[in-house]
Design a protein around this ligand. Structure first.
Ligand code: MSK
Length: 660
């Protein structure tokens, strides 16, 4: 029963327990409740009280006359708007925290990355010469906040895109004007009796998605780096084996790092540790789930116990004293589940309260005090712990790759550059690059598509960057460790060995997909791979998506020129016209296209075909893996084998004697 639900051994174990004990989880509920066949394919319109209208017959329209194309386009556009709103509001909160810190009202925060502050200040047109750091930070926060309410013109961050890309947006009229404005625009035009032209709705949707990627989310990533430091590689652990048998386990879950960063400080406080010991624990173990996990993992090395579908099963271990949540991706089902165990569920955001949970409202003005209060609640709960069943499995990963670090790793401190990366693609040592991102979805086997697609891509010499729950998925199977180079094709393996990086790079949480946009822009500007993101031999994937945020992310990649493949059936499948428009239509206009391909094998095949097509268009050599793999560690391994076999070896000849 549980075999096809997840490839994660810890989940399989916990699902068996759930089955034996009759505990409801998302896996079981997904089995019991099939998706609505009308709504899931974009054939239901529920935007007014004349309906909901179900357009299930050929040529049928809604009561107002809305066609299936209009209904499907509205659905996709509203998904984009909801996703963009969620990401961008997160970005707004980060800007407000920066403002409070700069004005001296949030004394527990500081500027940890001054260089990044200066870089962002320059982009936003904030003067830096002769000014105090906090003065610059205040103006940066104010300029960032102004991007949300801007009514005319275009977002400043669009300047980070290649010039050619900016021109495409301007020509098509999809350069976002203001972050909030584009969300409101979609909600207005999809209201009954407003925009009833599917391509007009979808192009506005693309503009809204761009306002997320090149606006709210990008600002969020930058400000988070300014406040908490830009990530640099560090070693961490992933999966439920990271829970502790004899320490107080506190789990952070959600998306925003403002509280969780201070919880990191609170659990390391000597008084708190002593207090935990006074309650019979050996100490305090902090771990994470979903993207709050990714934030603290990337900067502090806090282990992750799992991704979206792991949240309920982690509670079932009976080992979590307290789970503290902020915003997004938090299942309401946690409340009845925590009631069966001793776990305290604490909500903290005024925007995300859950009936039955304990609410401790977060206030950045008293951040550390609140963090300590929550940690103390967890410690106080330790004596209530009963039987635990923590699965043992845990894997190591290297996380913490920002585009700044990739730049540095490839070129060094004084000549940081993407040149080596571009050269590797030009020479065919790397076939291309891919971003694999997004959630889990109980409609598909947990982690299976993430793992399969990522493995196949690196096997084919495609460098993979990951974020969100996809990154956690692959971390659990060892693909984010330098040792995973052994699964890579010969060219990628040589690069990993030479630079000392894994073949799969973890670049952060779901808002940090903007690091991929910045990396692609830098690759385009570096030269040798055309002059636009759309020219680069690259693809995007969201194999197990479920959130509307994933749709917004996918669409801002498409709007930036990337071929993007989602798993599952298309949410607008009942309108072949709309389905074709977001694929072929968008490709003609913006160079990127959105396709829904449920079969991971087909998805990989189409992605590699696309990469090869882009290589050919650039006039690059045909990808040929036999040309590589004869240098670096592999050559050394062959030399060692030859020496052990007693053959005469000249280390300077680069020629390995033939073994019998
Ligand atoms: S947490 S949006 S399930 S990636 Fe960012 Fe994971 Fe998707 Fe939530």
């Amino acid at each position: 029963m549980t075999n096809n639900k997840s490839i994660d051994p810890t989940i399989k174990t916990m699902l068996e327990i759930a089955e034996a004990e009759g505990i409801s989880t998302a896996f079981l509920r997904a089995e019991e409740m099939k998706p609505c066949p009308i709504g899931s394919k974009g054939a239901c319109c529920a935007h007014c009280a004349m309906g909901p209208c179900r357009l299930v017959k050929e040529g049928q329209t809604g009561i107002c006359g809305a066609t299936i194309e209009t209904v499907a386009a509205r659905k996709l556009a509203r998904m984009i708007a909801a996703g963009a709103a969620a990401h961008s509001d997160h970005g707004r909160d980060m800007a407000l925290t920066l403002l409070a810190a700069a004005e001296g009202e949030a004394p527990d925060y500081e500027i940890r990355d001054v260089n990044k502050l200066l870089e962002v200040a320059e982009l936003l047109g904030v003067a830096t010469k002769g000014r105090e750091t906090m003065e610059i930070a205040r103006e940066v926060a104010e300029k960032a906040l102004a991007e949300f309410g801007q009514q005319k013109g275009e977002l400043i961050y669009l300047q980070r895109a290649p010039r050619k890309r900016q021109e495409i947006w301007r020509k098509l009229g999809i350069a976002p004007r203001g972050i909030d404005r584009e969300v409101v625009d979609i909600m207005h035009r999809t209201n009954v009796g407003t925009d009833q032209d599917y391509d007009s709705i979808l192009m506005a949707g693309l503009r809204n998605a761009l306002a997320d990627g090149w606006g709210g989310s990008m600002l969020s990533t930058d400000i988070t780096d300014i406040l908490f430091g830009s990530p640099v590689p560090l070693v961490a652990r992933a999966n439920m084996g990271a829970l502790s048998e004899d320490e107080v386990n506190i789990v952070v879950h959600g998306h925003e790092p403002t509280l969780s960063e201070l919880i990191v400080a609170a659990v390391n406080d000597a008084e708190m540790i002593e207090y935990a010991k006074s309650k019979g624990a050996k100490g305090i173990n902090l771990a994470g789930i979903c993207c709050t996990a990714n934030e603290t993992l990337m900067r502090q090395g806090v282990p992750t116990v799992g991704n979206f579908l792991s949240q309920e099963l982690a509670i079932m271990t009976g080992a979590i004293e307290l789970m503290v949540v902020d915003i997004q991706c938090i299942m309401q089902a946690l409340v009845p589940l925590t009631e069966r165990y001793h776990t305290t569920l604490v909500t903290t955001s005024p925007k995300a309260r859950i009936e039955g949970a304990t609410h401790v409202e977060f206030d950045e003005h008293r951040a550390l005090e609140i963090a300590k209060q929550i940690v103390k609640m967890g410690i106080d709960n330790f004596p209530n712990r009963k039987e635990t069943r923590i699965p043992k499995e845990v894997n190591h990963l290297v996380a913490g790759f920002s585009h700044e670090y990739i730049n540095y790793a490839l070129g060094g401190f004084y000549r940081g550059s993407f040149r080596p990366l571009n050269d590797a693609v030009v020479q065919g040592r790397l076939r291309g690059v891919a971003g694999v991102v997004g959630c889990n979805n109980p409609r598909t086997c947990q982690d299976a598509a993430h793992e399969y697609i990522t493995r196949k891509l690196i096997e084919n010499d495609v460098l993979v960057v990951m974020t969100g729950c996809g990154a956690i998925a692959c971390a659990k199977y060892g693909l984010l460790s330098p040792e995973a180079a052994q699964y890579a094709g010969p060219g990628l393996r040589e690069i990993c060995e030479a630079v000392g990086i894994p073949p799969v790079l973890h670049v952060g949480s779901c808002v940090d997909n903007t690091r991929i946009l910045t990396t692609l822009s830098q690759m385009a500007s570096e030269g040798g791979l055309g002059d636009d993101i759309a020219d680069i031999p690259g693809v995007g994937f969201a194999p197990e998506w479920m959130s509307e945020k994933a749709i917004s992310i996918g669409c801002y990649f498409v709007g930036s020129g990337v071929y993007t493949i989602f798993g599952s059936e298309s949410p607008v499948a009942n309108s072949p016209v709309v389905d074709r428009f977001i694929s072929e239509g968008w490709e003609e206009l913006v160079g990127g296209k959105l396709e829904f391909i449920p079969d991971p094998e087909e998805a990989v095949r189409k992605a590699l075909e696309h990469i090869d097509k882009k290589r050919a268009a650039l006039g690059l050599v045909k990808y040929d893996p036999t040309r590589f793999g004869k240098s670096g560690d592999r050559l050394m391994e062959q030399f060692i084998a030859a020496m052990e076999a007693g053959l005469p070896v000249n280390l300077y000849s680069a020629k390995v004697p033939e073994l019998a």
